[in-house]
Design a protein. Structure first.
Length: 392
C-alpha cells in the first residue's frame, strides 16, 4: 500500500467511527484499471491486456446484524459538492433493479454473493471513498464492486477464490445493475500484480503476467479523462455485444473467439461485418503487442495502440470526438501510440509518451479541448499497481 493510500485508510477509519460510532471490522482496497490493448474482446472469449492502476476504491465495513438495513455512505459519488451520499437497503430482501445509482454496485454484490453461496448477507455499515474518477472508463464502478466483494467474502467467511469473486461481481453487474459487461475489469482489479500487465484469457480466467517496464525505458503512460461520462448500461455497449453474437451465429461458431484471426468474413455484411472485423484484427494486435512488450519494441507497441484506436473508431464505432481529439493531440505531440481505453462512448484515452514529452503532450490535449470550447480534460500519469487487497 502506498503512503497516500495509508493516509486515506486512516482517514476513512476515523470518518467511519464518527459516522457509525464504532470502528470498522476492516478496510479493503480495489484498483481501477487501464486496458493497454484488447478492447471489446472479453465477451468474445478473447485475450485482453489490462493492468491495475495506482488509483483505488476503499471501503470500510462492519457487519451490523442488529440493524434493519445496510447503511452506506459515499465520499465518492459527487466529489464536486463535497457532500456525503447516503443509501440504505435490506441485503436479505434484494431483487435486481431495487437499488439504483452509486449504491447499485454494492447492493448487486451483496445480492450476487448471497445467490452464489446460499449465505444470507446480514445488514452492514459501509463507508466508501475512491480516487478512480467516476464515469472515466477506468473501471470506477468495478473497483467499488470488487472492494465490497472482497470485504463481504472475508466477513461472512464465504471462502470464494479471486476468480469466483470476479464471476460474482460480473453477475452483480449483468443481472442486478443491468449492464451486460464482460469479465475483464473485475479480473484486472482482483488478479493484477504491481509492475505487470495481465494477459487474461477471458474464458478460463487464466492469467500470464507480462512485465510493463515502461519507466526503465524512459516512457510514461498518460491518461486523458475526457470527462465525457460514459455508461455501459445505456444501449450502445449491448448493441455491440449483440452484433458480435449475430456475427458468430452467421459464421456458425459459438463465439468469435473460436475463429482464426484471418477467418473469411465475406459472408457478413454492413455493421455486423465491421464489428467482427474489429474483434479479429484486435485479437491479432494483442498477440503482436505482447511480443513487442516482451522484446521492448516500444515504437511497434505504440503502433499497435494507435491501430487499435482506428479500428475502434471506424469498425467498432465506439469512439467520440473528444476521444479522437485526445488521441490526435497526443500523437501530434510525439506520443509513440495512443488509443481510447475501456468501452468508449466517452471516458478515457491513453498515450505512450517519452518522459521528456509528458508536459508538451499534456498541454497539447488541454489546448485542443480549449480550442473546441470543451471542458478541461484531466490528464495524469498512471503506473501498474497491485491488485485488490485487505489493508486493515
Ligand atoms: C467495459 C466492460 F466493463 C468490459 O467488460 C469490457 O468489455 C470493456 O468495456 C471493453 O473492452 O469496461
Amino acid at each position: 500500500m502506498s503512503p497516500e493510500e495509508n493516509r486515506r485508510v486512516q482517514e476513512l477509519t476515523r470518518e467511519f467511527d464518527a459516522a457509525f460510532g464504532a470502528e470498522p471490522e476492516g478496510v479493503w482496497r480495489a484498483p481501477g484499471r487501464v486496458n493497454l490493448i484488447g478492447e471489446h474482446l472479453d465477451y468474445n472469449n478473447g485475450l485482453v491486456l489490462p493492468f491495475a492502476i495506482d488509483r483505488s476504491a476503499l471501503v470500510a465495513i462492519r457487519l451490523a446484524p442488529g440493524r434493519e438495513e445496510a447503511a452506506l455512505i459515499s465520499t465518492w459519488s459527487d466529489p464536486s459538492t463535497g457532500e456525503r451520499a447516503r443509501a440504505a437497503f435490506r441485503p436479505g430482501a434484494l431483487e435486481p433493479g431495487d437499488v439504483r445509482g452509486w449504491a447499485a454496485g454494492p447492493a448487486g454484490v451483496a445480492w450476487a454473493l448471497a445467490e452464489s453461496t446460499g449465505t444470507e448477507i446480514p445488514p452492514f455499515e459501509l463507508l466508501l471513498d475512491s480516487t478512480v474518477p467516476v464515469g472515466s472508463g477506468l473501471s470506477s464502478s468495478h473497483a467499488v464492486e470488487v472492494a465490497v466483494a472482497l470485504a463481504l467474502n472475508d466477513l461472512i467467511g464465504a471462502g470464494l477464490s479471486r476468480r469466483d469473486l470476479a464471476r460474482v461481481t460480473q453477475r452483480a453487474e449483468n443481472d442486478f445493475v443491468g449492464a451486460p459487461t464482460g469479465i475483464m475489469d473485475q479480473s484486472a482489479s482482483l488478479l493484477s500484480t504491481a509492475g505487470h500487465a495481465i494477459l487474461l484469457d477471458c474464458r478460463s480466467l487464466e492469467a500470464e503476467y507480462i512485465p510493463l517496464e515502461l519507466v526503465d525505458a524512459g516512457l510514461r503512460l498518460l491518461v486523458v479523462d475526457t470527462r465525457v461520462a460514459h455508461s455501459n448500461d445505456d444501449g450502445g455497449y449491448a448493441a455491440r455485444r449483440a452484433a458480435c453474437e449475430r456475427g458468430a451465429e452467421q459464421l456458425g461458431v459459438g463465439s468469435l473467439g473460436e475463429l482464426p484471426v484471418d477467418a473469411d468474413i465475406s459472408a457478413l455484411s454492413g455493421e455486423t461485418r465491421r464489428r467482427v472485423r474489429h474483434v479479429l484484427s484486435e485479437r491479432a494486435r494483442v498477440d503482436q503487442a505482447v511480443g513487442n512488450l516482451r522484446e521492448h519494441r516500444w515504437a511497434a507497441l505504440g503502433e499497435n495502440l494507435t491501430a487499435s484506436h482506428v479500428s475502434l473508431r471506424d469498425d467498432y464505432e465506439v469512439s467520440c470526438p473528444e476521444l479522437d481529439t485526445a488521441v490526435e493531440s497526443l500523437l501530434g505531440a510525439g506520443a509513440l501510440g495512443a488509443r481510447m481505453t475501456g468501452a468508449g462512448f466517452g471516458g478515457s484515452a491513453i498515450g505512450l509518451v517519452r518522459e521528456a514529452d509528458v508536459g508538451t503532450a499534456s498541454s497539447a490535449v488541454v489546448d485542443a479541448f480549449g480550442e473546441r470550447s470543451w471542458g478541461r480534460p484531466r490528464v495524469f500519469e498512471v503506473l501498474p499497481g497491485p491488485g485488490a487487497s485487505r489493508c486493515l
